[in-house]
Design a binder for this molecule. Structure first.
Ligand code: GDP
Ligand code: IMO
Ligand code: MG
Length: 425
């Protein structure tokens, strides 16, 4: 049995959570493979809205196993907050959720190191979510990390925690950002309590769990976090996150062999957004950008920050499709563009007067001039559309244009935030 992967093709917030929730009934398990509480995945149904950070978006459907894989970094305190809120809303989380023993833990001092790292960068700061993601993955790669399996034994957990904390405190002092002892003590108490809470969950060797599911003929959907352009290898480095958000990350983040990968769902907005610093060739600084932000409610699900908005970027999308081996495209938020007379799509970049269709090694601010084609808008409210037969002709033409330019079929179109506002083609 194959594993399908759903991942973002832009700079995150494409709508992954919504579609994972919609697709979950077709699967036996949903698994997160990277990232941590830097993610904010929004689901809307029955008039309610939920934002998930570390917990897979399959949690609201019934019967599926939800797995947090080894590639995820887990903040026990934020996990507890999220889990308790879900339990309060009636989800029997302990029954359906499993956590990898090999997932690395975010310590309170990782968050302090994240803030200190950003401060040290000054104007060159990344604009991280401040959740300690970079420092936790740094510790993992430099072989200094603390994993969930390391704190399963209550007799040794605190000691292990303290030795990691002490190393971090020395690093913070060296960076000129010593930790405030009262604040740290508060964070630490909550963290240790949360570790206790975590022990109440099913902590597993997730690579065996996922491979057993597959050998039993069960279907698994992997849920990406962030987006391809935030991938640490292929994104707009250094303005990226600290994990492999691309399809290959599902293999390393869950222990799945590459020949197990089946469908790769690449999800994108009908326009483009980015939160935090870094290059964004099609960014709009004018009224149009503001209009897209207002109509699309483009504010971060985690930090509340304004998302930068711009036209769809087919150079970046073609690159993301190539890196991930995308087999099907999913277009989100087309309804946000309902009122526009004309929609623009960037088909190439002009860099120093030379046109390129390949995403470049690096992008200096202001050095890229997007080459646009103009497409007539559909000027029809899409939120009430329930089938492809109701698509206005101009909307059909936009889809056909994108499919041709991206050489990949668009099989799902989303026309609103609710579960039901999803059209399959
Ligand atoms: P994720 O991080 O990829 O899961 O995406 P986010 O949840 O951070 O951001 C997507 C936002 O768009 C959320 O507020 C969703 O509720 C909303 N959304 C998803 N699909 C649609 C859509 O088709 N139309 C509109 N208007 N909003 C959508
Ligand atoms: P979802 O899963 C959008 C961005 C941050 C920052 C950079 C590095 O909801 O799509 P980090 O805290 O990871 O070290 O920040 O990555 N970023 C996201 N942007 N959506 C996300 O997740 C993001 N996760 C991180 O804004 O620019
Ligand atoms: Mg998000």
């Amino acid at each position: 049995m194959k594993v399908d992967v759903l991942l973002g093709l832009q700079w995150g917030d494409e709508g992954k959570g919504k579609v994972v929730d919609v697709l979950t009934p077709r699967y036996d398990a949903v698994a997160r493979f990277q990232g941590g509480p830097n993610a904010g995945h929004t689901l809307e149904f029955d008039g309610k809205k939920y934002v998930l950070r570390s917990i897979p978006s399959g949690i609201f459907q019934s019967g599926q196993t939800n797995l947090i894989g080894n590639g995820v970094v887990l903040d026990p305190v934020l996990f507890r907050e999220e889990a308790e809120a879900l339990e309060a809303s009636g989800v029997n989380l302990k029954k359906v959720l499993k956590l990898s023993r090999k997932a690395h833990l975010i310590l309170p001092t990782h968050r302090l190191l994240d803030a200190a790292g950003e401060k040290a960068k000054g104007d060159a700061k990344i604009g991280t979510t401040g959740k300690g993601i970079g420092p936790t993955y740094t510790d993992k790669i430099s072989r200094n990390g603390l994993r969930l399996g390391d704190v399963e034994n209550p007799a040794t957990a605190k000691g292990k925690y303290e030795s990691h904390r002490d190393a971090h405190l020395r690093r913070l002092a060296d960076m000129g950002c010593p930790a405030d002892s009262e604040t740290l003590a508060r964070m630490e108490t909550a963290w240790l309590d949360a570790i206790e809470y975590l022990r109440g969950f099913d902590i597993v060797d997730s690579e065996f769990v996922v491979n057993k599911l597959l050998s039993e003929g069960k279907k698994v959907l992997c849920e990406g976090a962030q987006g391809t352009m935030l991938d640490v290898d292929f994104g707009s480095y250094p303005f990226v996150t600290s994990s492999n958000t691309v399809c290959a990350g599902a293999c390393t983040g869950l222990g799945i062999a590459p020949n197990r990968i089946g469908e790769v769902f690449g999800i994108f907005k009908a326009y483009c957004t980015r939160v935090g610093a870094g290059p964004f060739p099609t960014e709009l600084f004018d009224e149009t950008g503001k209009t897209i932000r207002d109509l699309g409610h483009e504010y971060g699900a985690v930090t509340g920050r304004e998302r930068r908005c711009g036209w769809i970027d087919l150079v970046a999308l073609r690159y993301a499709i190539m890196i991930n081996g995308v087999t099907q495209l999913i277009m989100m938020k087309s309804d946000v563009l309902d009122g526009f007379d004309t929609i623009r799509a960037c088909v190439a970049y002009k860099i120093n007067g030379k046109e390129t269709r390949d995403f470049p090694f690096s992008i200096e601010t202001g050095s890229v001039e997007p080459v646009y084609v103009d497409i007539p808008g559909w000027k029809t409210p899409m939120t009430a559309v329930t089938s492809e037969a109701q698509f206005p002709a101009a909307f059909k033409a936009y889809i056909e244009f994108l499919e041709k330019a991206l050489a990949t079929p668009i099989t799902i179109v989303s026309v609103g935030p609710d579960r039901t506002q999803t059209i399959e083609r």
